[in-house]
Write a new protein. Structure first.
Length: 217
């Protein structure tokens, strides 16, 4: 077992370290004597970018071996980071926001997308800070530089709700298709997955326990 092994949870868009799933996983890992790091990825929502969030992950890990657990946008970030950093041993992706840049028009519609582009900012609710905030259009411009479905070689556990109305389950099915290292579980839940937390923990712990004890390489 590697004492330098890190566990990192990446929260979703306009969320924060106090999210229910982040704190659930933190408690469960603490019960096993392990620390789960939950960096704040959206402290400065106005200047939020994919590149900036990936840099937060890099600073947290410092090239140490790790398992990344990501929810929604955090799941997409975890996949992007793992595809670029082989020290990541594996990822757990919870309703991951694959194809993030392209999906904004689906979420907002053409009129709101054009207004966001022209104004430079979009008003949203920041769940992590429990207040209204604005996100800059730089987020979408930067996100367009990244692939929608990262190609990673590490083991990946993906869990996606069949009743997810925010991110369609088909995106996770597309990601898993033809990738032998990906295990996809579709569950009777919505985007939050809060009613299947025990299942998420059991599957996540099984993967983490295996990866922590496996030899590097």
């Amino acid at each position: 077992m590697n004492d330098n092994f890190r566990l990192l949870y990446l929260h979703g868009f306009a969320s924060g370290p106090a999210s229910k799933k982040a704190q659930f996983f933190r408690r469960r890992f603490a019960d096993r004597g392990l620390d789960l790091d939950v960096p704040d990825l959206a402290a400065d929502l106005e200047n939020l970018t994919i590149s900036g969030q990936l840099e937060v992950v890099a600073q947290a890990l410092q090239e140490r071996p790790a398992v990344l657990i990501g929810s929604s946008l955090g799941g997409y970030l975890a996949a992007l980071y793992a595809a670029r950093h082989k020290e990541v041993r594996g990822v757990v992706l919870l309703a991951p926001a694959f194809d993030f840049a392209r999906r904004w028009e689906e979420w907002l519609g053409k009129e709101k997308m054009e207004a966001w582009r022209n104004d430079g900012f979009l008003r949203v609710y920041h769940y992590g800070q429990q207040r209204e905030a604005q996100v800059g259009f730089r987020l979408l411009e930067d996100a367009s530089r990244y692939e929608g479905y990262p190609s990673l070689s590490q083991p990946a556990l993906v869990v996606h709700g069949l009743r997810d109305e925010v991110l369609p389950v088909e995106a996770s099915r597309r990601f898993a298709r033809g990738r032998p290292g990906v295990v996809l579980h579709t569950v009777d839940s919505d985007h939050e997955l809060l009613d299947v937390l025990e299942f998420l923990w059991d599957e996540t712990w099984s993967l983490v326990e295996h990866l922590r004890s496996a030899p590097a390489g």
